[in-house]
Design a protein. Structure first.
Lengths: 171, 206
């Protein structure tokens, strides 16, 4: 881990944007991928995440962070969300959210845990459960760009993923 | 944003009776102690551990573990706030305050206005000296009365609890005074240069 220390320069704030649910993919009985349309999405790198903010009818707001599972090449932004029992936000996202619903989001955030084809391979990815989301962004990026760099994914899950999206994207 | 969309059917499940002035905006209380780090957890033997205070390239002071343990010890109880949104209340830490470190090397005043903290594994973070003096910052070596586990930054981590917790660098080995502010690790990847949780300074420009 190395970083070049850089001088301090203020930059523009990451503003909250509207995200609209365009498609919902059932991954397992407790995991769904939400495919979102964000009007002025500035693009992202595989491995980055977003903050989302939900507002209840009584004005209560809360925020959570979710990894982006879609590659930069895709038009819709995908968040893969696992329902955490007794959780506050994930049961709403997995069970209640419908196509057409909107919520606020800002990002992309994080620039360290990322992979682009320019970085080249080989890729060795290890994840468990919903931790696979940012790695899916990397594998999908690799697939979209038809990069032949070797990639190995070691993945552990308590459930079978219905769509086999992992298989389809790992070519 | 022009309009804030209401999420139908979404409501608060907060059970904690946390007073408003205790929890910064956008944070929630956890009773767990989540572990987040950018790389592997260093495993360092206490016999190999040293801690140094530097001004630019010159050494102001250096301690081995036994020497560091012999410095005046301070215990504080404080809330901590991670930029990933969790806050943990009433955590107890013991260690050596930044003020006592200055005194140990015979400095009445800090020699420069900024600090870069350097850690095992290559992590770094920048903090203004004003946020460390007056009991605001310490090098912590105990958590809840016990040695800090490696996953939580042991044997020693910087503790600056009034800033987001990435500033409280795990596995700290060196504090370097700087004349000019520079960005550390996460500060170079889009996170806020200062990180005040009460102003919700999570990312650059906040």
């Amino acid at each position: 881990m190395t970083v070049t220390e850089t001088a301090v320069q203020p930059v523009r704030r990451l503003e909250w944007q509207l995200a609209q649910v365009r498609e919902i993919v059932v991954e397992t009985y407790r995991v769904k991928s939400l495919l979102l349309h964000v009007a002025n999405w500035q693009g992202h790198l595989s491995g980055q995440h977003v903050d989302i903010r939900l507002t209840a009818e009584d004005g209560y707001q809360t925020q959570r962070s979710y990894s982006i599972a879609s590659p930069p090449e895709d038009e819709l932004l995908s968040l893969t969300v696992e329902r955490v029992d007794n959780g506050e936000v994930s049961p709403y996202l997995v069970d209640d959210l419908r196509i057409g619903d909107q919520f606020e989001l800002r990002g992309p955030i994080g620039g360290y845990f990322v992979w682009t084809v320019a970085t080249r391979g080989p890729l060795w990815l290890i994840a468990a459960g919903s931790g696979i989301a940012p790695l899916m962004a990397m594998l999908r990026h690799r697939a979209r760009r038809k990069v032949r760099a070797p990639a190995l994914l070691l993945y552990s899950s308590r459930e079978v993923w219905k769509t086999s999206s992992i298989e389809r994207n790992s070519i | 944003m022009d309009q804030t969309p209401i999420s139908r059917g979404f409501r608060s499940k907060r059970q904690e009776q946390t007073s408003e002035n205790r929890l910064p905006p956008g944070q929630y209380v956890t009773t767990d102690f989540p572990v987040l780090s950018a790389g592997p957890t260093p495993q360092i033997k206490l016999g190999d551990w040293t801690f140094a205070l530097q001004l630019g390239g010159s050494l102001l002071g250096k301690w081995n573990w036994a020497e560091f343990e012999a410095l005046p010890q301070t215990t504080i109880k404080t809330d901590i706030h991670c930029v990933t949104k969790w806050s943990k209340l009433d955590t107890t830490w013991q260690g050596v305050t930044f003020d006592d470190l200055l005194q140990a090397v015979g400095l009445a005043e800090p020699p420069a206005p900024y600090i870069m903290a350097h850690c095992d594994g290559g992590y770094s973070t920048n903090v203004p000296v004003a946020d460390l003096i007056g009991g605001k910052g310490m090098i912590a070596t105990r958590y809840e009365g016990l040695p800090i586990p490696p996953a939580h930054g042991g044997p020693a981590r910087l503790l600056v609890p009034h800033l987001y917790f990435w500033k409280s660098a795990k596995w700290v080995r060196r504090l370097r005074f700087m004349e000019k502010d520079q960005r550390g690790f996460w500060e170079s990847f889009g996170y806020h240069n200062y990180g005040d949780p009460w102003k919700e300074q999570r990312y650059d420009g906040d």
